[in-house]
Design a protein around this ligand. Structure first.
Ligand SMILES: [Zn+2]
Ligand SMILES: [Zn+2]
Length: 433
């Protein structure tokens, strides 16, 4: 099988789909002396220029930012920007921080991000806008966007996922990552379980829209998953090798999105459930319910139940939905933008019964609910929404509204059209709530 690390910084012909894929990210290194090797890592890429912005928040500054600053100052002109919390207990990726990052990076040659999803994505967003290379130094194996070509952030209460240039390099310090807060490690683990589900959703969307689908993204992530998926006990014991494997899985998850040119191989209906929950929290002026990956893990459990239910649909019958009234009821004043998003996919959804024979085999691809439950439990991740403070009414709301927040088609659309979404929720809520 193709070694994906040999493809870094290159355009290559895909052994699976025959098309050309490009991995602009030039170098990903994992070492137990990441901090100490930052200068040689930059020189080996090589990265041009002598001045950089070191972007961190108050936490990650303590964990690695200060030490990295000391190392970097031996060779570079360094300005450290420490993002401060505002209104929430943590720094989240928000438009609010962009002007500050733009101003401080304006006269720099490149940006080094020190942190998890929020800091990394904000660095990638501004780097993309200004054409400056971004180097990521992850402080926890909490999500797969370090190597991805997307950045997620909140803009006017909407969770945006936008395409950006991937980081030029990612330097992983296995020691720092294995000592990260356990909840962040668990979050990355649960997020990584989404891939089989996201790929199934991508296939569903491809069948109904005719967009290109490639099997390579799922292949590379599945190969790395074997080293950590069943070892939740070792993850909880902070075994450095197992956590390094998890990070490798997340690295592959990021690559899979870059290969596809979209987030589809790592983000499907289960992510829409998490995004929908974040948007609900934001609209109600409260902090997000939990970490991205932990929410996604719960979304994965619901997706697993839905896929199992869809496998058992023998005679598919479409119900009548008044989309306009439904979207108005779900989103109130904000409904126009969701109506617009839905209108973009409505025509393709209308064809799903004609494609039923192609769709059906896709429903049995992802792992079962029991399998996912076992992985999550062994790693100590939440397996019920009540563990993250989400009650039955809110689960009902997010599972029903998730399909309307984006214009890509997932199992949530198919299940809702068949009346199976609500039915599955009612039938399984005793172990979801
Ligand atoms: Zn391909
Ligand atoms: Zn995710």
């Amino acid at each position: 099988m193709l070694n994906i690390y040999d493809c870094l910084g290159k355009t290559f012909q895909c052994p699976d789909c025959g098309q050309n894929h490009t991995l602009p990210i030039k170098k990903v290194t994992s070492s137990d002396k990441g901090i100490e090797s930052i200068v040689s890592f930059l020189q080996s890429i090589p990265i041009e220029g002598k001045s950089l912005l070191l972007l961190c928040d108050e936490n990650t500054c303590q964990i690695a930012g200060n030490q990295l600053e000391t190392e970097l100052k031996a060779e570079y002109k360094v300005e450290k920007l420490v993002l401060k919390t505002h209104g929430y207990s943590k720094v989240y990726a928000e438009e609010y921080y962009f002007p500050e990052i733009r101003t401080h990076s304006a006269d720099k040659d490149f940006i080094v991000t020190v942190g998890t999803g929020s800091v990394t994505d904000m660095g990638k967003f501004v780097g993309n806008e200004t054409g400056k290379p971004v180097i990521a130094f992850p402080t926890a194996p909490s999500m797969n966007a370090y190597t991805s070509g997307v950045a997620a952030y909140l803009a006017n209460g909407i969770k945006m996922t936008t395409g950006v240039k991937p980081c030029t390099g990612v330097l992983i310090d296995t020691r720092i990552n294995s000592q990260a807060p356990m909840i962040l490690i668990q979050s990355g683990f649960a997020d990584s379980l989404a891939k089989a589900f996201a790929n199934a959703d991508w296939k569903i969307n491809a069948i109904l829209t005719g967009e290109h689908y490639c099997t390579l993204p799922l292949k590379i992530t599945t190969a790395s998953e074997a080293h950590y998926k069943t070892h939740g006990d070792k993850i909880q014991a902070r075994d450095e090798a197992t956590i390094a494997s998890l990070m490798e899985g997340l690295t592959m998850g990021g690559f899979s999105m870059v290969l596809a040119g979209k987030s589809a191989p790592a983000s499907g209906g289960e992510h829409l459930i998490s995004h929908s929950l974040d948007m609900y929290a934001h609209r109600n002026n409260r902090e997000v319910y939990s970490y991205h990956g932990l929410q996604v893990g719960l979304g994965v459990l619901f997706s697993a139940l839905l896929f199992e239910r869809l496998q058992n649909v023998s005679t598919p019958l479409r119900r009548t939905i008044d989309y306009d009234a439904t979207i108005t009821e779900l989103f109130g004043d904000e409904s126009p933008k969701f109506k617009k998003a839905f209108a973009n996919k409505k025509d393709n959804i209308d064809t799903f019964l004609n494609h039923w024979d192609e769709l059906k085999p896709v429903f049995s691809r992802p792992p079962s609910y029991q399998e996912i439950l076992g992985y999550l439990q062994k790693t100590g991740c939440p397996t019920r929404f009540s563990e993250i403070d989400v009650d039955e009414a809110l689960i009902g709301f997010v599972t029903q509204s998730a399909r309307y927040i984006r214009d890509r088609i997932t199992l949530l659309d198919i299940a809702d059209e068949l009346g199976v979404l609500e039915e599955t929720f009612q039938a399984t809520k005793s172990f979801l709530v």
